[in-house]
Design a protein. Structure first.
Lengths: 402, 402
């Protein structure tokens, strides 16, 4: 079913009269998604990496897996602790081929998305015993602007042993007084800049989810003690919920496994099989004309170029400044191709940038979620091409009206 | 690949020289699993429901799904909060057809296994704010013997708002002094007995994972406010990590969704598609000669009968007493068919029953894990037929030697 190129029907789409219905892109409607709704707000809030879907449509057959009813029903996987050895092997091969992370002497822990591993790592890096319950044993921090879920997740999982304490730089002068766990996202979400640890302590979680050739130049293989990656941002399979951590210390690795096993008894075996096939497809296309990273980079570079040109033409908004970098994967200098625009409202009266955009029909994620000023807001440019085109139109309209 | 009937090779089994290797049942070895290892301890520790595998092997084609590379990559599912509407519909239909739970006026929350939902429910049922951090706002309890993970999970997720407080009956006289969250497993894990709440408070989590016709007579549709089910124990697909909760209160439902979304951003979409096909296959076979519950019941009844007869012949061990019950699903009186044997060592000197079995080459889960005496231990009889046959042999040997 074509759904007019503005939607898709899946095997588990809602069935009406025996037929799965089209699921339309935002602002498209009708049984075949051919109707563009007028005055429809465009949603660029979430980091849904649908820009890679055309690649997987083109490679639909070679990347497909058949799951029969009796496929691996048991809790047991080929490796201990519900780890698939073949998938682990492919992940190592992928990092080695891309050159974005050192896998030698590293343990690999699987998670239900990098999301689960973020908290698993906070748990694993927390001190073993908190003697005084009224004082958190570890303070969890990140540099502003940071990924919103670090805060909301740490606050929801209000372990006695740790507490969210916000901006890393607020603690720079007291960094040897307390135990800290610091999240460092590089390239950063929301602004795409390379980041280093602010506190320089021992417990740093490097969130490298965007350190892949479609979003970033690869400078050298990252060689940190704790590194976090996700399938969502790597191949675009957000729905599968799969991520992994590369860990130097066996004790930390064991604690992460303990967390994941107590939390969910390991990641889905169905997903293991699918991710194995997806990574194998990526590996076999690498450095050929079917290279997924090349496809992803060209898409994101083109989007950023258009978006950046539009914003640069305006006095009322500005975007983060990103420079070209030499990329060891593509073996050339690369233009910026970030996942998000980190937009600033420059006019004195536009104190709430999320609200300014909302009034212009654009749903974005305001700066306050990232620990930053309300003058900033994050716009996802990694969703469908329809989403991006509508975002451009709405942005043009806001700029021309101001 | 046949693997001699004592193992299986999957698409994601470890590949040697281009061929996926057989994964052998416990105590079987060799490239085709044909070698029975002498003096090999049999592992009946875990509740791995592999007894249903022969059913799914028989229905391999009709229960298979094809996941192409571009299948539903997005975080978005058909329903809000990462819920698949078609899967939700099928789950309601399944309960209505089996008659084991009321689904009318209930919300359905998905989880990465019932395991994840256990803690999500503890979170959702906790008081909103704990004023005094040194006193837990909610005490989490269960009747002895209880499922071990209630304790280990609640202790690992040491929320400031709640604390594991062990045996429910210890708190019977102070039940109106504090806030309690009580887990009630019925039929119970480990002993298969029907259970009611001990404290009779408002916050009771009914774990009904074993309330399906293969393990239990269905007495009437359960009509509790908070009911928990798992795919693992229902269809045997433990590896998929999928469970659900039926919830009466919308506020609790929203808090469970919040927990799951902060924890993992929804359950795996790959698994949604597979579970949909599995449940459809079960529904279409129901009350025909291809009934999965009939197959499962006959398997478990036969195993229990043989195991119970063996233990009854001995003076040194005893098992839980289970009575036949009328079953509304099979419309007849049913013999017991539990998932576990809850074994007691009767001899004065056999104070540690897990250890007694271990010396006889049987790995079981000792009573202390369930908050019970060391004289008890749990043996899983739901694993492969090979596991069960070896368990019988080892048990016979222990009994004949004593």
């Amino acid at each position: 079913m074509s759904c007019s190129g503005h939607g898709r029907a899946f095997l588990d789409s809602v069935v009406v009269n025996g037929v799965p219905m089209c699921e339309c892109n935002t602002c498209y409607s009708g049984p075949d998604c051919s109707v563009l709704l007028p005055d429809c707000p465009i949603d660029v809030y979430s980091g849904d990496p649908v820009f890679l879907e055309p690649y997987w449509r083109k490679h639909a057959a070679s990347s497909a897996v058949l799951l029969s009813g009796w496929h691996r029903m048991t809790y047991e996987q080929t490796g201990k602790h519900h780890i698939s050895l073949e998938l682990e092997k492919c992940i190592r091969l992928l990092h080695d081929s891309v050159g974005n992370a050192v896998t030698k002497d590293r343990f690999i822990a699987f998670g239900t998305g990098a999301t689960q591993l973020m908290n698993a790592l906070v748990y694993a890096l927390s001190p073993d015993a908190a003697n005084n319950l009224s004082v958190p044993a570890a303070r969890v921090v990140a540099a502003v602007p940071y990924y919103a879920v670090f805060k909301t997740q740490t606050e929801m999982f209000d372990f006695r042993a740790n507490k969210w304490e916000g901006s890393a730089s607020d603690w720079k002068n007291s960094s040897n007084k307390y135990d800290f766990i610091e999240f460092v996202t590089s390239p950063n979400n929301p602004d795409g800049l390379f980041q280093q640890s602010v506190l320089g302590g021992a417990s740093v979680i490097y969130d490298l989810c965007y350190y892949w050739p479609h979003y970033s130049a690869i400078l050298s293989p990252a060689d940190e003690d704790v590194m976090l990656f996700s399938m969502s941002k790597m191949s675009g399979h957000a729905s599968s919920r799969f991520g992994w951590a590369l860990l130097k210390d066996e004790k930390i690795f064991r604690k992460v496994l303990y967390y994941v096993n107590q939390n969910v008894i390991g990641t889905s075996g169905d997903t293991h099989l699918r991710m194995l096939k997806i990574i194998k497809t990526i590996l076999s296309g690498m450095r050929t004309k079917e290279d997924m990273f090349e496809f992803g980079y060209e898409t994101m570079r083109e989007r950023w170029k258009r978006f950046n040109e539009l914003i640069s033409s305006s006095e009322i908004f500005s975007l983060q400044k990103l420079a070209p970098h030499n990329c060891t994967y593509f073996k050339k200098a690369k233009d910026p191709s970030p996942a998000y625009g980190w937009l600033k409202c420059e006019m004195e009266e536009d104190r709430d940038c999320e609200d300014v955009l909302k009034r212009g029909g654009i749903i974005s994620q305001g700066g306050i979620n990232f620990g930053a000023d309300r003058r900033y807001t994050r716009l996802s440019i990694m969703k469908t091409q329809d989403d991006f085109e509508l975002l451009m139109k709405k942005m043009e309209a806001i700029i021309s009206l101001k």
